[in-house]
Design a protein around this ligand. Structure first.
Ligand SMILES: Cc1ncc(C[n+]2csc(CCOP(=O)(O)OP(=O)(O)O)c2C)c(N)n1
Ligand code: SF4
Ligand SMILES: [Mg+2]
Length: 285
């Protein structure tokens, strides 16, 4: 049956399932910001692929009309990287949580950042494990009391944007679910950037992280960046600022992508005339 939804509209990017997030969850706003970005860029749905792990935020691909891969907890990035390498025509986006990406999946981020595949990673930072009903995550604030930290969390929070900068990601930005238009613009820039784009989104869990997150206080501390920083040290200083929560693009630089480097290696190997299975196996004989 032919769909009566008009191409290029907000509706044409909506999947068949309605979001199952709790009322008041910040993830709704991120979904809206993403769809608005896809619409403005005119991304065809048959060339869009969303790859996620596990978590409330990782359910994102269900709600968007695109190719979707809902995989294993913490393993979205390497799958997305492989997908882009296999089919460079696709726009590949990874939506996922702070637990998914920085706890169980934390070992993948540095390597994907240095490989620089042309994919966009949207990290939903609600500072909690939402799906499993409220355990401390790597971005939870010190002293937070949760089911896994009944006497208060003993450690300081990880700063996702700062981490991505230290790992050498070529595009690093921070947005907020409460600033939807601004966030949508960041997502557009991230998708357009040729290389690995890391976008941290400060969002909220209205069911399990209402103890220490005062949205009024967070809003008072927010400030917008006009331009990306001149150098990485300045970008890191801004991302780690203890008083101000800067929103905007911290860093935007270009260097060869994983596909560029793979192509280069393929050409060099073919020219060498030694890139045969026999030659390679002989080294181990
Ligand atoms: C291998 C494995 N370990 C643990 C879990 C349980 N688990 C599912 S989601 C999740 C954390 C979700 O938190 P986050 O990634 O921050 O996403 P959110 O729900 O907050 O959006 C955990 C620990 C799992 N599904 N698989
Ligand atoms: S548990 Fe939290 S993060 Fe998950 S849908 Fe509900 S409000 Fe959102
Ligand atoms: Mg979370």
């Amino acid at each position: 049956m032919e769909s009566d939804v008009q191409q290029g509209t907000f509706q044409c990017y909506l999947g068949n399932l309605d979001p199952v997030w709790c009322p008041g969850c910040g993830d709704f706003s991120v979904l809206g910001a993403f769809i608005e970005a896809a619409r403005k860029l005119g991304l065809p749905t048959h060339k869009l692929a969303l790859v996620s792990g596990i978590g409330c935020s990782s359910r994102f691909p269900f709600f968007v009309k695109a190719y979707g891969f809902h995989g294993v907890h913490g393993r979205a990035l390497p799958i997305a990287q492989g997908l882009k390498l296999a089919n460079p025509e696709l726009t590949v986006v990874v939506p996922g949580g702070d637990g998914d990406g920085l706890a169980i999946g934390g070992g993948h981020l540095p390597h994907v950042a240095r490989n620089n595949p042309d994919i966009t990673y949207i990290l939903f930072n609600n500072s909690i494990y939402g799906l499993t009903k409220g355990q401390a995550s790597p971005t939870s604030a010190r002293h937070l009391s949760t089911k896994t930290t009944p006497y208060g969390l003993m450690t300081d929070a990880v700063n996702p944007s700062f981490l991505a900068l230290t790992y050498g990601a070529t595009f690093v930005a921070r947005g907020a679910a409460v600033k939807r238009e601004h966030l949508s613009n960041l997502i557009m820039q991230g998708i357009q950037h040729p290389g690995f784009s890391f976008i941290e989104v400060i969002t909220s869990c209205s069911s399990f992280n209402t103890k220490h997150v005062s949205i009024t206080k967070v809003l008072q501390r927010m400030a917008y960046l006009d331009n990306p920083a001149e150098d990485n040290m300045e970008a890191m200083r801004l991302a780690a600022d203890p008083q101000t929560i800067y929103l905007g693009v911290f860093r935007k630089v270009e260097r060869p992508t994983l596909s560029d480097n793979t192509e280069r290696t393929r050409t060099v190997a073919q020219k060498s005339g030694t890139a045969t299975v026999e030659t390679l196996l002989r080294q181990f004989a």
